[in-house]
Design a protein around this ligand. Structure first.
Ligand code: CTP
Ligand code: MG
Length: 228
């Protein structure tokens, strides 16, 4: 990638964290610091990143802006409110990205992201303009109807569990967001539906999404494992 091509990041952290219960997962502590701070710190200290936009819920906006003033987040250009669905939050973040050729979209709930995952995503995205971290699934996956009768069992060798970071050429992802309005569960789906090719690259089984209280406990173990 040309060193002149700027890289922006949208951190989607505006969910309501319902499956976590009482605890606000973005502010839950991991290795003694809030999950959201752990995530932003990885991008802040990554040389490849120029600009970061953090998208948080309206209720967390003030708290997060306060955090931003306490941390030395020189790359954080904006902390803005998200929307109803994840894709509405990402769209709000994309609107705040300025003059970037590439954009990395990342879940605020994945604090085990590493500089290596970001770097490899940016390298892999050069070929098609879109690259997504993913790991081979370890369980057998079945497709069933509403009646729970199995319709078919896809070959496991071809199945990947998709994560973030998801890296896109800025023009590609913004066009996809303009064109596709259907509800999706990841950003790459919009790019795929716009007819572009998306490349999967090897993510990490440790790059978990903190969804339930058990995940938070696991994240803490993984944090220690990585010697952080
Ligand atoms: N997210 C977002 N805006 C939304 C919904 C989700 O920015 N309207 C973000 C979450 O903050 C999270 C990521 O998307 O970092 C993945 O979503 P998920 O793990 O489902 O988190 P929540 O939606 O917060 O949790 P839940 O579904 O349990 O309510
Ligand atoms: Mg959710």
């Amino acid at each position: 990638m040309s060193s002149k091509q700027k890289v922006g990041v949208v951190i989607a952290a505006a969910g309501s964290g319902e499956r976590m219960g009482e605890v606000d997962k973005m502010f839950a502590l991991l290795g003694g610091k809030p999950v959201l701070v752990r995530v932003v710190d990885v991008f802040q200290s990554c040389d490849l990143i120029d600009q970061v936009v953090v998208v948080v819920s309206k209720q967390s906006l003030e708290k997060c802006r306060q955090l931003g003033t306490e941390q030395a987040w020189s790359k954080v250009a904006d902390i803005c409110p998200g929307g109803e669905r994840r894709q509405d939050s990402v769209a709000a973040g994309l609107n705040r990205i300025r003059d970037c050729h590439w954009v990395v979209i990342h879940d605020g709930a994945r604090p085990l992201v590493t500089e290596d995952l970001i770097r490899r995503g940016l390298v892999e995205a050069e070929e098609t303009g879109a690259a997504v971290a993913a790991v081979p699934v370890t369980d057998t996956i079945k497709v069933a109807g509403d009646d729970r009768l199995v319709q078919h069992t896809p070959l496991r060798d071809n199945l990947w569990a998709v994560q973030t970071p998801q890296v896109f050429r800025f023009d590609m992802i913004t066009e996809a967001y303009r064109r596709v309005k259907a509800e999706v569960t990841d950003d790459a789906s919009l790019v795929e539906q716009s007819g572009y090719k998306v490349k999967l690259y090897m993510g990490s089984y440790d790059n978990i999404k903190v969804t339930t209280p058990d995940d938070l406990a696991l994240a803490e173990v993984l944090w220690q494992k990585h010697g952080k």
